[in-house]
Design a protein around this ligand. Sequence first.
Ligand code: CUA
Length: 304
Amino acid sequence: MQSALAPGGEEAGRIAFLTWILFAGAGAILLVVAGSLVMAMRGPERLRQALGGERAIRLGGIVFPVVTLAILLGCGVWLMRESLALGRPAALRIEVTGERWWWRISYPGSDGSLLADANELRIPVGREIDLVLHTADVIHSFWVPNLGGKLDMIPGRTNTLRIKADRPGIYRGQCAEYCGGAHALMALEIHAVAPDEFDAWLISTQAPRLGEGIARGQGLFQAAGCGACHGIRGTPAAGTIGPDLSRVGGRRFLAAATIPNSTENLVRFISRGQSVKPGNLMPEFRIFSDEELDAVAAYLSSLK
Ligand code: CUA
């Protein structure tokens, strides 16, 4: 499900096309080189002489690579011209910040505020979106192969990646720049949904829903100080160090697309997180009893 050869948008389509051109070109060159090699060893005397001469080396070793690489470069620049010069900003801009080792997401709220979320990016199908990429610490790289090329998140810089999904679906992405211990477990999902569904979701995300019977879990969450690092809109939890949990119960995965989202896995991550995602920056919370862990997990699962 994470493939640059199964494009779900225009940008990814151009990259896939370019990939096939390069593949075909490289294949043709391989055949020519292999053929020349065979001829140089087994061919007729005159041909062997010619292939071993200085002229063949100048032509095959200098002229040929310069010409072919220039053509391929030109082809690539021409195909990717729209990605290289973005022009006017897209109407919808979503901020994505690389963190060790998860993705901070900020949607623009209707009142101009920013709505915090994490690790699961929702976009409307058919609309151009600018992903405004930052990093909070080291260099990360944002890469969702089915929707576009990879773009680095560099300290002190803002990079903009324009994407557009042509069809609804779930597209997986992965940090594509080694960024330390849990780099391999820094994935995300992009959910491309119908535009009206997206608009409704964005409005509902301003005031997330709490489920029933979660008062005990909510109380434990606050008493243990979880809210110092994690934010949950509409509650006293206002931390911004870790991922926002306002809608954590609605995500498909936990810990940056590391394990499926379930109350059992929430319990595992809270109490034994280092075995789930080694090196992650959240300390293991062993202060809870089993019953308390279940209550906190039930509370988090109810946040949708
Ligand atoms: Cu972030 Cu690798």
